[in-house]
Design a protein around this ligand. Structure first.
Ligand SMILES: [Zn+2]
Length: 493
């Protein structure tokens, strides 16, 4: 049994400005054995494929190419040449791979390509043209914008069940197990799909909290019924202005069309009844920071502020309010500002007291630059190992960062690019003692909760301006379906 493995993964924020070319993918792209080496022991989709196939007698893994972007940057639509390069390389390598029995594709589902409206479906069609009638199965992130075109092209589609994403390896295993059983002739995948017309900001999509928890609980109920193999729901990725934006349901059964249709319909119906929960207003920075200080004063701390709108890392709305409202004992693990970082790298060392203007440079949504004065307590390019449940054990190599202590245990890390702290390592690596903090400001929506929910008393979601904002009615869409909830004219108050 020879199973090819390939991938081409991107979550494209089309509200960013710079087009994405091959140069952003090629340095991070792996080919052949390097794909397996890079994933072994790390809980990824590919490692999930490997675990099942390596445990399957007579199975041979044929690793082809895995294309993904280098971290950081503000890239928007992929240029067509970039999509063609990797989609065609996958197809060409499939053709050259000799006799294959199946293909596992690790995609993301929110790639946006100029001139290619549904890139993942197009990629699978090209793979299909290369291999003919053997099973092609796909794994996706749940921030996927897909519709039936993908399931028409692929034999089975499996989507993450958790946000924070802690089940990438498990979904890889589910797909690979389905592949093995299908190749052996014990399984005949049948898919049913639904497309509930709901678009939602990522910050509303946490899998352990309503509304998505209710949707996923229903999926798990269906999966307990005999014959139902997997029921997936992608709530979708709202920051891509594409025609198949929004929620997508896929039920995979063993040969039972009626059962698949019933499961998909039921889950889609439930999601529709919950739609208002995907658009509940969140506090803006001024009132939000005031509420956070109130929580801290009452001992409800530490508080994590999820500044989910900031996908560039340069937003200053929350920083400005923390300073204006006199907050103490807080840390922001990253204000992305390449120019400020360069100045600090060139002119400063640990112990220097500096005044510098940071952030607010990307666009008007980022807010104004904010001047801060503090003592540099860390400067360098930290390298550290992730300790939280997401990608535990993976090594992170940051770019240049400098941590300023503004006094009163207030810390701002100025970084040359977007820098998160989805677990404590992002802060401890630059010398912050997280045990002393009342407030941690994370430029993130949900992923951080995999770690920080075990530390923070409160996860406080804030709706600052930014291209990843919670109130998506402020974004200028051109390509999405006209009536989609909550943006269609019939839903506007
Ligand atoms: Zn995701």
């Amino acid at each position: 049994m020879r199973i090819a493995i390939a991938g081409f993964s991107d979550e494209t924020c089309t509200f960013c400005t710079e087009p994405t070319g091959i140069e952003r993918f090629e340095p991070a792209t792996q080919r052949g054995q390097a794909i397996l080496d890079a994933n072994r022991g790390i809980p990824t989709y590919i490692n999930g494929y490997m675990r099942v196939l390596e445990a399957t007698e007579g199975a041979e893994i044929v690793p082809l190419v895995y294309a993904s972007k280098t971290p950081g940057g503000f890239q928007s639509w992929l240029v067509p040449e970039c999509f063609d390069k990797y989609a065609n390389e996958i197809a060409d390598r499939l053709r050259a791979a000799g006799k294959l029995d199946g293909v596992l594709l690790s995609l993301h589902g929110a790639m946006a390509v100029s001139g290619v409206p549904k890139p993942e479906a197009e990629l699978v069609r090209r793979a299909r043209a290369a291999v003919g009638n053997i099973p092609i199965m796909v794994t996706l992130d749940l921030h996927a914008n897909e519709d039936h075109e993908l399931t028409d092209a692929a034999d089975a589609v499996f989507i993450l069940k958790t946000y924070p994403h802690v089940d990438s390896q498990e979904i890889g295993e589910i797909a690979a197990r389905c592949m093995v059983e299908t190749v052996r002739g014990f399984f005949r995948p049948v898919q049913a799909t639904r497309k509930p017309p709901i678009i939602s900001a990522s910050i509303y999509q946490a899998s352990e909290y309503p509304p998505m928890k209710l949707v996923y609980d229903r999926c798990r109920e269906w999966e307990r019924k005999p014959g139902v193999y997997c029921v997936s729901v992608a709530p979708g990725y709202a920051y891509a202005d594409v025609p198949d934006v929004g929620m997508f349901v896929v039920a995979v059964t063993n040969g039972d069309r009626e059962l698949a249709e019933a499961a998909a319909q039921d889950v889609a119906d439930l999601a529709w009844t919950l739609r208002e929960q995907f658009a509940a207003p969140l506090p803006k920075p001024k009132e939000g920071v005031a509420q956070v200080l109130d929580l801290v004063a009452r001992g409800e701390k530490p508080v994590v502020i999820a500044d989910g709108a900031d996908r560039i890392g340069d937003s200053t709305h929350v920083l400005k309010e923390l300073l204006a409202q006199g907050a103490r004992n807080w840390a922001i693990p990253g204000i992305a500002d390449p120019a400020a970082a360069k100045r600090l790298e060139t002119n400063s060392k640990v112990g220097d007291k500096v005044t510098i203007s940071v952030g607010g440079w990307y666009n008007a949504l980022s807010g104004q630059p904010v001047e801060i004065t503090g003592t540099i307590e860390y400067i360098g390019r930290p390298s550290y190992v992730l300790v939280g449940p997401m990608r535990k054990g993976a090594r992170v190599q940051d770019g240049f960062v400098a941590r300023l202590n503004l006094g009163d245990n207030r810390h701002v890390v100025v970084a040359d690019r977007m820098r998160g702290a989805n677990d404590s390592s992002g802060l401890t690596s630059v010398g912050v003692d997280i045990g002393t903090l009342d407030i941690i400001v994370l430029k993130d929506r949900v992923h951080h909760r995999a770690f920080w929910d075990s530390v923070a008393k409160v996860d406080f979601r804030m709706d600052a301006p930014g291209i990843g904002l919670a109130d998506i009615s402020l974004l200028q869409y051109e390509n999405i379906p006209a009536g989609i909830y909550p943006l269609g004219p019939q839903w506007r108050k």
